[in-house]
Design a protein around this ligand. Sequence first.
Ligand code: DQA
Length: 151
Amino acid sequence: MLSILVLHGPNLNLLGKREPGIYGKATLSDIDRLLEQEAVSLKVEVVTRQSNHEGVLVDAIHAAAGHHQGLLINAGAYTHTSIALRDAISAVQIPTVEVHLSNIYTREPFRHHSLIAPIAIGQISGFGADSYGLGLRALVNHLRSRSDAQS
Ligand code: DQA
């Protein structure tokens, strides 16, 4: 069974309370529950993890090699700043989809640039909690179409 690692970056533990006008009312547990339901219908495993620390996220990406076939990541503010996270994803070569709750392109200019997007399969931004479900589906479809092409 395909296994997908879902990483939530800094401040996403505060979802539900944090600027709900921008990020919605769903808590991180609500999002993880939504992902688990989606995983059942897609017949994949999801493992979810949140950290506020860049190095912890880097370690989690390294540890994913050989255990998870795909990475779904909302790197939060590290999206816009972290060469280390981008390098970690490039190093392990795990197909990655980037997601954001808010539409980062309609917000402050410093959010318009993602360091992760150029090495990701694609990015889903602006659909609130649905961004995660859509991202998971897109990632799994990508992995399955790739393995069909190889067989
Ligand atoms: C975010 C967008 C980022 O710019 C911000 O720093 C976040 C959340 C989102 O999901 O919309 O923490 O990644």
